[in-house]
Design a protein around this ligand. Structure first.
Ligand code: NAD
Length: 339
């Protein structure tokens, strides 16, 4: 069977790292019809009506699955984040970001295995910001709904149950944000009762940051609201080798978009030195989502073997390999594993 998958190369390092991931997926022998769509500034340059073109949304509504590179968002001005708009328009409410130790990458920790579940459509990302010119006051609305909190917390517990995880930690700031963060915490406490086999606890976000940089091995699944999840997932990436190696999935009831945690990395874009591991690992999650587990296992094993050998590493991990040299080694290993 041929899978129809929307491919969004994005901008910055996006086209380089997604091309590497496509090459690795093709080496698995899984048949994919890639439907390429542009977004962000590249879409505008090519004459699209908006940075998030209707054709792109239509494509994902038809294929139901996308592999996406990062898209630059102008800071403090310009168009709204395409990434946030895409998640909201397709109701991709669960952002799943696993950070796992890859042996062979030098880090201060040995056995980190965290899966972060970030609420992806609400909170301070709701897009409700105002500025009163006369009073010079800026306000942002952090909308937290009971229904939105319930579905992300339940998604986390269901994932934990299905994948044999033993512990869920809910991260909040309910001591100060008693109404918004308080609602998220109350919902979590109620839903936890439906999963008595899974240990449940909560942590205040600032304490969570310290716990994670001191004892990351003690934690398993983390579930939290949008902004805390954004910050904690970069922190978690730092525990296992950095943004170059951490994958992500944006999942809703109908569609799923797979993308790395990292952004468009303008400082290294176009130089051929970006680490494609994060997008390759996102493609691994995508292969599992479309029930190609054998191919996904091969991609994971090939990455693990490459790191264990330690001969071909990109610069962010202390090596000197280019994006393509690294991708070529992983591609070759995938072929050998599946031969
Ligand atoms: P970034 O993740 O792009 O980069 C942070 C640092 O990590 C940089 O030093 C970069 O060189 C390094 N890095 C990131 N990915 C790497 C890789 N694959 N290999 C090696 N090094 C890597 O974060 P930023 O600089 O804060 O953001 C740049 C742009 O990306 C912004 O416009 C931001 O809005 C956007 N962004 C997009 C997404 C997305 O598309 N989902 C996510 C985050 C940021």
């Amino acid at each position: 069977m041929t899978h129809r998958i929307t491919l969004i190369p994005g901008d910055g390092i996006g086209p380089e790292v997604t091309a590497a991931a496509v090459q690795v997926v093709e080496a698995t022998g899984v048949s994919v019809e890639w439907i390429r769509q542009e977004a962000g500034l590249r879409a505008i340059e090519q004459g699209a009506e908006s940075p998030l073109p209707a054709a792109l949304l239509e494509s994902i509504r038809s294929t139901r699955v996308a592999l996406k590179g990062p898209i630059t968002t102008p800071v403090g001005k310009g168009f709204r984040s395409v990434n946030v708009a895409l998640r909201q328009k397709l109701d991709l409410y669960a952002n799943v970001r696993p950070s796992r130790t890859l042996h062979g990458i030098k880090t201060p920790f040995e056995n980190v295995d965290l899966t972060l579940f970030r609420e992806n459509t609400e909170g301070l990302y709701s897009g409700m910001e105002t500025y009163d010119e006369r009073l010079e006051i800026a306000d942002a609305t952090a909308r937290v709904t009971k229904a939105g909190s319930e579905r992300i917390v339940r998604f986390c517990f269901e994932y934990a149950r299905k994948n044999g995880h033993s512990r869920v930690t809910l991260v909040h700031k309910a001591n100060i944000l008693k109404v918004t963060s308080g609602l998220f915490l109350r919902v979590g406490e109620a839903i936890a009762k439906d999963y008595p086999e899974i240990e449940f606890e909560d942590r205040i976000v600032d304490n969570m940051c310290m716990q994670l940089v001191m004892y990351p091995e003690r934690y398993d699944c983390l579930v939290t609201t949008n902004l805390f999840g954004d910050i904690l997932s970069d922190l978690a990436a730092g525990l296992v080798g950095g943004l170059g190696v951490v994958a992500g999935a944006n999942v809703g009831d109908d569609f799923a978009v797979f993308e790395a945690v990292h952004g468009s990395a303008p400082d290294i874009a176009g130089k051929g030195i970006a680490n494609p591991t994060a997008v390759i690992q996102s493609a691994e999650l995508m292969l599992r989502h479309v029930h190609e587990d054998r191919a996904a296992d091969a991609v994971r094993a090939a990455l693990e073997a490459t790191f264990q050998e330690g001969k071909t590493l990109t610069r962010d991990l202390g090596g000197s390999a280019s994006t393509w040299e690294f991708a070529a080694v992983v591609t070759e290993k995938v072929r050998n594993i599946l031969d």
